[in-house]
Design a protein around this ligand. Structure first.
Ligand SMILES: Nc1ncnc2c1ncn2[C@@H]1O[C@H](COP(=O)(O)OP(=O)(O)OP(=O)(O)O)[C@@H](O)[C@H]1O
Ligand SMILES: [Mg+2]
Length: 374
């Protein structure tokens, strides 16, 4: 606030007006300042207590005018704390805000912040509250670990991955095969085909992603086609769950279908030349190279879809950036595959509808792994 100097103020008034104001000031009763009369024994207060606040429904507090105010945030979702400005309880989680409060147009949230400011903590809080609402948290890759104790306390499944600790076979279609059989039995053959096609796509994407991380560049389109055809050949001719070694063998053997898309023109030497780079990369993945054998062996602990799940990947050292990224990708792929199967079965009415809260913490570690990852 700007204050006029007394001399300037005096200049503005005419002589008569000055007299008038003076007499008015004398008449007006004096009021104590904001904190009471200053001075000993006069009741001044150096600390003004905030008034107590209560929260109630409009029906209950409507008679308290003018002391009732509305809050900007609905009481829908997981209680997170207090609003910084109004002190009101703040509730927020992506699923309740989408489903019940209708505040957002899709059930997702992106948490961005500087290191150590509580990003994982707020997500833990949301996961805990949502578990109370019946939503199952799925932590697809916990690098710290931030969520393992929470999932254990919720009675969920902890899957440990890392060198020599556990394996996640990226060619394992999970429960897609079994689910497809159930769907077909119930007369949903189109949905069954969709589940299988989705599982195939997921496995293909994972092989390409591992090659991308290994080479720091994505595979060529011809290699992509060869992988695709070889996977289809494996599905048709392999008993049980294939591993990367089986894929490598198919490409080395070169069945007619694979040769056709490799455009070898009926020439063995040409086929070998075309597949040489792909073969070398796959040998690197199978033989325990930089990315270890984590993805090339049968899955040790298959994921459940009726309980909270955390993939504990905290054993992987921070210096092994490629392995961290590859493991996160494999966990995401397995996790989303499971959600997909659960949704397909629920759509067909074969299983109860389950909602999942999928947590992808430390997303940036996978994104920095190489060109083509985004
Ligand atoms: N609201 C809060 N008040 C006080 N301490 C908090 C609060 N939220 C989180 N913390 C503490 O701050 C520390 C860092 O929290 P957290 O690990 O969640 O941060 P982060 O943003 O996920 O970190 P990073 O960037 O390393 O992943 C933890 O010790 C946590 O207990
Ligand atoms: Mg964190």
């Amino acid at each position: 606030m700007s204050k006029r100097s007394p001399r300037k103020q005096r200049k503005k008034f005419s002589k008569g007006k000055r007299e008038q104001t003076k007499s008015k000031r004398e008449v007006r009763p004096q009021r104590p300042p904001m904190r009471g009369w200053l001075g000993r024994g006069r009741g001044s207060s150096s600390y003004v207590q905030a008034a107590d606040e209560w929260r109630g429904t409009t029906v209950q507090v409507c008679g308290l005018w003018p002391y009732a105010i509305g809050t900007g945030t609905p009481m829908v979702g997981v209680p997170l704390g207090r609003h910084i400005h109004t002190g009101a309880t703040l509730c927020c989680d992506p699923i309740s805000w989408f489903q019940r409060a209708k505040l957002i147009s899709n059930p997702s949230a992106f948490v961005l912040g500087k290191p150590g400011l509580g990003k994982s903590t707020i997500v833990r809080r949301m996961a805990t509250g949502l578990a109370g609402y019946g939503v199952m948290p799925l932590v697809l890759g916990d690098l710290k670990p931030d969520y393992v104790d929470l999932i254990e306390a919720l009675g969920g499944q902890v899957i440990t991955l890392g060198r020599g600790r556990g394996y996640l076979n990226i060619l394992d279609p999970g429960e897609a095969g079994e689910a497809a059989a159930r769907l077909r039995q119930a007369g949903y053959s189109r949905e069954a085909a969709q589940v299988l096609a989705d599982a195939h796509g997921r496995r293909h994407t994972m092989v390409s992603a591992l090659l991308t991380i290994l080479r720091s560049s994505p595979p060529t389109d011809r290699e992509e086609t060869i992988i695709d055809r070889a996977l289809k050949y494996l599905d048709a001719h392999h008993d049980g769950v294939p591993v990367l070694g089986d894929l490598l063998r198919v490409i080395q053997d070169g069945p007619a279908e694979v040769r056709a898309v490799a455009l070898d023109r009926g020439d063995d030497a040409r086929y070998q030349a075309i597949t040489e780079n792909l073969e070398a990369s796959l040998i690197g993945l199978v033989g325990g190279g930089r990315l270890g054998e984590t993805f090339a062996r049968p899955t040790t602990n298959p994921m459940r879809r009726d309980a909270p799940v955390v993939y504990d990947v905290s054993a992987i050292d921070d210096s092994e950036m490629d392995l961290q990224a590859a493991t996160l990708l494999a966990c995401w792929s397995a996790g989303f595959g499971t959600v997909n199967v659960a949704n397909a079965l629920a759509d067909a009415g074969l299983e109860p509808r389950r909602h999942y809260f999928v947590i992808l913490d430390e997303l940036w570690r996978a994104l920095r792994a190489g060109r083509g990852m985004v």
